[in-house]
Design a protein around this ligand. Structure first.
Ligand code: 8IG
Length: 276
């Protein structure tokens, strides 16, 4: 099923109809008519899926229309339907398409639009990212309070004016803080990637008000808001952004910090989801 052409590559296609079709396929394959909450799990967050509830169905993302083959071979993106202790249903998206993959922004936000079409009213976006604040050691989870989109694109097409004043839900951030009052928050700057920033670019991001640098969630957040969802984002700081730390960061140190953080941040996210 991985060689199929993608309907989103047809410029005449309606991306919202493709998302509706995808949602219908998910309902059929999971036996769950409606999901309430959606979570996209980025690097470092995968274990959270096992902690939030009981997985009742797992499907390969590539079996659902519009979803892309994973960029990394051997890494099968999955979609999981999870029954939460509250009785609500969560759709966990383990398959993210990044803008830098070059398939266009419609494919980047297809998972978010599909989540909305399944009925989800809350979109939780997680990622691994670089930190600009010197006190954020690798392994620190940070709430996303707002974003700066430096990709020079948007998932919105045509004269679609969507207000982003309260893009990052204060209600959901308050829930997170009620579980861990020590959680810091920051402004997420999305660069196009796939290269990491130069130190000068990181200084620019800092100067214009950024605290976190990444390559994924701003475009997804915009699409989620367009779809009317409440948006909540968290970054796992896996490295300090280029030039922020004076000594070079060892790759091993970053991997170790990520591994050590995984159970901690996964448990935190599971508690947040349980409190929604
Ligand atoms: I993990 O330092 C991770 N993802 N743009 N910069 C950007 N994305 C990232 C970084 C980083 N670390």
């Amino acid at each position: 099923m991985t060689n199929h052409s993608n309907p989103l590559d047809d410029p005449g296609a309606d991306p919202f109809q493709v998302a509706k079709d995808a949602a219908a396929q998910i309902a059929e394959k999971t036996g769950v008519d409606r999901h309430d909450i959606a979570l996209t799990l980025g690097s470092g967050w995968a274990k959270a899926a096992d902690l939030v509830g009981e997985t009742t169905a797992t499907i390969a993302a590539t079996d659902i229309t519009g979803f892309s083959k994973p960029a990394l071979e051997g890494h099968i993106g999955s979609l999981r339907s999870i029954l939460l202790p509250s009785g609500k249903r969560a759709l966990v998206i383990g398959a993210r398409t990044h803008y830098y993959e070059g398939h266009g922004v419609r494919r980047v936000v297809h998972s978010v639009r599909t989540a909305a079409a399944t009925g989800a009213t809350i979109m939780i976006l997680t990622n691994g990212a670089g930190g600009i604040r010197e006190n954020w050691k690798p392994g620190t989870p940070v709430l996303i309070s707002d974003h700066i989109n430096l990709t020079a694109t948007s998932p919105l097409e045509g004269a679609t004016f969507v207000d982003l004043t309260d893009l990052s839900s204060q209600r959901l951030r308050d829930v997170a803080r009620s579980i861990d009052p020590d959680l810091d928050e920051g402004v997420y700057c999305q660069f196009r990637g796939p290269n990491y920033e130069t130190p000068a670019e990181v200084q620019m991001a800092k100067t214009i008000g950024g605290h976190i640098v990444g390559m994924s969630t701003a475009l997804e957040a915009i699409a989620a808001r367009q779809a009317g969802m409440e948006v909540f984002g968290m970054s796992l700081i896996t490295n300090l952004a280029a030039g922020i730390q004076k000594t070079p960061l060892s790759h091993e140190e970053v991997i170790d910090a990520g591994k050590a953080a995984e159970p901690v941040i996964s448990a935190l996210l599971a508690k947040i989801v349980a409190a929604l």
